[in-house]
Design a protein around this ligand. Structure first.
Ligand SMILES: [Zn+2]
Length: 144
């Protein structure tokens, strides 16, 4: 897509520090890293949302993230764990509208934590959780 910063990186119209590339995706370092080694894995074919990727490409992003995270842990980069983080949609905080998976190495004392704040457990009793699970599971489709 013409005005997409990640498509420009894919087309080598903008610089990036590349880690990995294959026919489906590529990975490079985040230009605003939260820790050393903070990388992004993106599909080469422009799609705004993770939910728009086909199932194989979506899975491939995580396979490549797994490969890269193992490489980070084998390298001299300080990493005692990692957060894999994907914001799907502007409402979820997605800033670049080309789907991307963050890999953020973490270590004790790095000052970075990605997390959720827990809800009041009374808001989601088992009955409500079961109803929500049913709403989702009836739309699970092996093809998408
Ligand atoms: Zn793009």
């Amino acid at each position: 897509m013409k005005d997409c910063i990640f498509c420009k990186i894919i087309n080598r119209e903008l610089p990036a520090s590349f880690i990995y590339e294959d026919e489906t995706c590529m990975a490079f370092l985040d230009i605003h890293p939260i820790t050393e080694g903070h990388a992004l894995v993106i599909p080469k074919h422009h799609q705004e949302r993770f939910t728009q990727l086909n199932n194989e490409v979506a899975g491939h992003l995580f396979k490549v993230a797994h490969k890269i995270l193992n490489a980070i842990e084998d390298s001299e980069i300080k990493s005692e764990g990692a957060n894999l983080f994907l914001s799907d949609g502007t409402v979820a905080g997605q800033e670049v509208m080309h789907s991307h998976l963050h890999i953020a190495p973490t270590f004790k004392g790095d000052g970075q934590r990605v997390g959720f704040s827990h809800s009041d457990p009374e808001m989601f009793p088992r009955k409500r959780l079961d109803e929500i699970a049913t709403k989702i599971s009836k739309f699970i489709n092996e093809q998408s």
